[in-house]
Design a protein around this ligand. Structure first.
Ligand SMILES: C[S@@+](CC[C@H](N)C(=O)[O-])C[C@H]1O[C@@H](n2cnc3c(N)ncnc32)[C@H](O)[C@@H]1O
Ligand code: SF4
Ligand code: SF4
Length: 378
């Protein structure tokens, strides 16, 4: 029915942490979460989608999280769900993860948020022993993976001025945790920063910001290089000797994402393709407010559209927002990693840039086989 491939669903506003950089900070602990019945009405009307990207608040504070995920698996045939978590609610999370993984044809990725070493991480998140608990959750999920082959665990880190000095060492530490991936996202502005046009975003990403970000981008480059070595190249060596296409595609995506952010921050170049947020994805906040992407302002509330995606998609408000995005081209100032990835995947014009990067990556790999030297990001 719809063209939507990815649904970003903020399942709750409740959170036990207080991260100063949280883009959802002003929405937290409002107790207005959509009920299971409301989500069921929306899911029934949505049609097929590929992926459900959970967010919040702390998703595992929601007791029926497993039921919500199973609902979208049953009604919308999702193949992939990602659940970010601060990792502090260990036993409750494990119980729900098992329930979610019992949907055997659903690929489940648990993303544990860790931004720095223990002392600093706990100071940032303000959850007592939060780091220790998150590490405990990672170890326990690694054991669970033996029972559930559809389960994977990764670490997500926000990179900004607060952790720039430790980020490379911390990335090495994460590599040694032996998780399935490490995603690093440069800090973004708060929810709904962009209203009509992109003037707010332009203010955020002005020249002073660019100057300050130069150091961060260089650190980001080292982190991404490490990430490629560990999760694409070595995985290819050890696990994917025959099936190398998966890690190769992953590497191409990681490199393209890096290059787009790098060119934007250092040289002020917009993305080489337009953003597909709103066309291929939808964001629903905990209370039913919906928007094209987390950075843009709210369009309406699903409650006022009979929980029916068709009503939303065909509404003048929604069409107007897609048209505004097209006109203001907010991708000239935006570093939203998920939507860069989504746009590379679904924008028809990506084909050429993917092909170019694929050829470069294959060449690097051939060099690696013969010279045992790897270019990474070059
Ligand atoms: C909003 S949180 C919700 C899930 C959970 N509470 C957590 O922290 O993992 C989702 C992810 O966004 C990241 N995040 C929060 N604020 C951010 C910002 N300003 N820029 C980029 N990522 C951010 C978090 O670290 C986390 O990995
Ligand atoms: S734990 Fe997640 S939702 Fe809570 S404040 Fe931190 S980033 Fe925001
Ligand atoms: S470029 Fe895409 S992700 Fe960034 S603000 Fe615009 S619509 Fe949102």
């Amino acid at each position: 029915m719809s063209n939507i491939k990815v649904l970003y669903l903020f399942v709750t506003s409740i959170c036990n942490a207080k991260c100063h950089f949280c883009f959802y900070g002003e929405e937290l602990n409002k107790k207005e979460d959509l009920t299971f019945d409301e989500l069921e009405q929306f899911s029934k009307n949505l049609g097929r989608i590929n992926s459900l990207m959970i967010s919040g608040g702390e998703p595992f504070t929601r007791k029926d999280l497993h039921k919500v995920v199973t609902l979208f698996h049953k009604n919308n045939k999702i193949k992939y769900v990602s659940i970010p978590t601060n990792g502090s609610l260990v036993e409750r999370s494990l119980k729900q993860i098992k329930e979610i993984c019992s949907n055997k044809d659903l690929f489940v990725r648990i993303q544990i948020s860790l931004d720095d070493f223990a002392k600093e991480h706990d100071e940032i998140r303000k959850v007592p022993d939060g780091f220790k608990k998150a590490i405990d959750l990672i170890s326990k999920i690694k054991i669970l993976k033996k029972t559930y082959p559809n389960l994977s665990v990764s670490v997500s880190s926000v990179l900004s001025s607060f952790n720039k000095d430790t980020a490379v060492d911390f990335s090495k530490y994460v590599n040694d945790l032996n998780v399935d991936d490490h995603n690093v996202e440069i800090e973004r502005p708060t929810l709904g920063t962009i209203s009509e046009d992109d003037s707010e975003l332009s203010k955020w990403s002005n020249n002073a910001w660019r100057e300050q970000m130069t150091t961060i981008v260089n650190i980001f480059k080292s982190v991404v290089n490490l990430n490629i070595q560990r999760y694409s190249l070595n995985n290819h060596e050890k696990k994917y000797r025959l099936g190398f296409i998966g890690p190769l595609l992953r590497e191409i995506m990681v490199k393209l994402q890096f290059k787009i952010k790098n060119n934007l921050i250092l040289e002020g170049k917009k993305w080489p393709i337009s953003c597909v947020a709103g066309k291929k994805s939808l964001v629903i906040d905990h209370n039913g407010t919906f928007r094209a992407c987390e950075m843009r302002s709210a369009i309406g509330n699903i409650k006022n559209y009979d929980f029916n995606f068709k009503n939303i998609y065909e509404s003048a408000e929604y069409k107007n927002e897609l048209e505004t995005i097209r006109k203001v081209q907010c991708w000239k100032n935006c570093t939203h990693g998920c939507n860069i990835g989504l746009s590379i995947q679904y924008n028809k014009l990506s084909f050429l840039i993917v092909l170019k990067e694929a050829l470069k990556t294959i060449l690097s790999r051939i060099k690696f086989i013969f010279l045992k030297k790897y270019d990474g990001l070059g």
